[in-house]
Each structure stands twice: as C-alpha cells, then as structure tokens.
Design a protein around this ligand. Structure first.
Ligand SMILES: [Cu+2]
Length: 283
C-alpha cells in the first residue's frame, strides 16, 4: 500500500473506531509493528519495496542456479565451454544491480530527510537518556521536566506489559507534530519507539533533532536501542497520545506536580544578588 493509501486507511480507522491504539510488540509477529503515525507509514512502505525487490532477486538467483546445475552438470554437458568472458553479460550484471540500488537509494534518502527534522512543529519536547531511565522536558509549556522510570516486573498490574511500563509516561497530543530534541546525560542511549517510527541517539553534549506524530489516541511503547550499560535492557519508553484537551489538562497538572524546575527564577535571582554582593565586598 502506498503512503497516501495508508494515511487514508489510518484516517478512516480513526473516524470509525476511537479505541486507543496499542503500539507494542506482539507474540510471533513476522512483520514490522503496526503503524501509529506518518513516519512509520513511510518506513513500512519503504520496507515493503525493499522486501519485494529482495524476493525478486532471491527467486531470480535461485532459478538461475537450479538451471545451471541441471543444464551444465557433467552428465548433461560433457564438453565444457572454453569461454572466459562475455562483454554483454558483464555490462548487464553491472548495470542492472546499479539500477536496483538506485531504485532503493532514492526513496531511502527521501525517507531519511523526511525523518530528519520537524516542519511546522506544534510543540517541542526535550528527551534525555540516563543510566537507566528517561527524562522529558517541555520547553513550550513552562519548561517543566520529569523522570520516567521503569516499573519492576513484580509491580506490573494486570493488563500492563512486562518490562515495558513506566511510572510517568510521556504524554503528547494526538495528531500534532512534535519536535523531539535528544540529549544524553551520561553515555549514549537511543530513543526508539517503533510504532511511531522514531529513533534518535541521545548523546552527551550533543543535541539531535527528529520528530514524531501519533495519528490516533493510544499508547506507544519503546525501549532504549543503544547498549548503555548493565540495565540497558530495562529502559522502557511509553508515549501516551491523548486528545488535545486532555493534554492541556495534563500539562496544567504536570506543571504543579513537576514544579521542581518550573519556577527556579526567584531562588536564582537571590543567589545572583548574593554573588554580586560578595564579589563587590571582595574588591
Ligand atoms: Cu540503553
């Protein structure tokens, strides 16, 4: 299915059913995770293209091999040919693979640039990887930030997913384009949510950009995707996409609950005055 077709199907599904989507791995799955947004749609159709090209090449080579084994074995062909080269064939087996690689390269680069940065983002979220949890900061909403820590398997409740749940999910508005800026606090991590098609390294001292959009309300699970130490396996990510009104209410309550860095101005101002006074006294 094309990207447009997938988008249309996604829109129809959204209109018909308002059941929240769950973006998570399922037992015995063979393909990619179900798509929850436009980037994943694009990744899925690129994956389909490469997959079918690969099938065609594999089938062609297998048939060729079988034919050579049948037609040119010692019994069927007792006097072997003395040919050492064939210019037409050599040009063909050089040019055709180059064309196949071009057919892969063009949409591949298009996809990389599509994922690369947000265009007309509705909001920005800073994501920081720590050993071993994530923290999120909302610079457009008063700059509050909070930690999102994994829930131990023994504390998992019925209906929750083992090794994938966190105490504070990243709440985002559904249908909005979100600019994601990643950063690392200690070592390199990777922010990876397969069903939204998001993956970016989080590197200490360096900020990288990408974006995501959940086309429908739902919960999208991910994990750290860069080996980052002994608890790397247990750094789940939960992105909860909610309607805009619910997001606004969450922001209002989050600004109070996570007020730690929300209003540091007065304390800093006092400290600054003290520093100035001390500096003045020293002179
Ligand atoms: Cu990790």
């Amino acid at each position: 299915m094309t990207i447009l077709g997938l988008a249309a199907a996604g829109g129809m599904a959204m209109a018909q059913t308002q059941a929240p989507m769950v973006g998570a791995p399922v037992p015995w799955a063979m393909g990619l995770q179900q798509s929850g947004g436009p980037i994943k749609d694009a990744i899925s159709s690129f994956n389909d293209l490469v997959f079918w090209l690969m099938v065609a090449v594999t089938v062609f080579v297998a048939i060729l091999l079988a034919w050579v084994m049948w037609r040119y074995n010692e019994k069927a062909n007792p006097v072997p040919s003395q040919n050492s080269h064939n210019t037409t064939l050599e040009i063909a087996w050089t040019v055709i693979p180059v064309l196949i690689l071009l057919v892969i390269a063009v949409p591949s680069f298009r996809l990389i640039y599509y994922q690369d940065r947000a265009r007309d983002a509705d909001l920005t979220i800073n994501v920081t990887g720590h050993q071993w949890y994530w923290s999120y900061q909302f610079p457009d909403h008063g700059n509050f930030s909070f930690d999102s820590r994994p829930i131990q398997d023994e504390d998992i409740r019925t209906g929750q997913l083992r090794s994938l749940e966190v105490d504070e999910p990243l709440v985002v508005p559904a249908g909005r384009t979100i600019r994601v800026m990643t950063n690392g606090a200690d070592v390199i991590h990777s922010f990876f949510v397969p069903s939204l098609g998001v993956q970016r390294y989080s590197i200490p001292g360096r900020t990288l950009e990408t974006w995501m959009r959940a086309d429908q309300v739902g919960t999208f699970y991910g994990q750290c995707n860069q080996i980052c130490g002994v608890n790397h396996w247990f750094m789940p990510i939960v992105v909860k996409a909610v309607p805009q009104a619910e997001f606004d209410a969450w922001v209002a309550s989050a600004r109070t609950r996570f007020a730690r860095q929300d209003a540091p101005a007065p304390a800093l101002a006092e400290a600054d005055n003290d520093t100035i006074r001390i500096a003045a006294a020293r002179q």
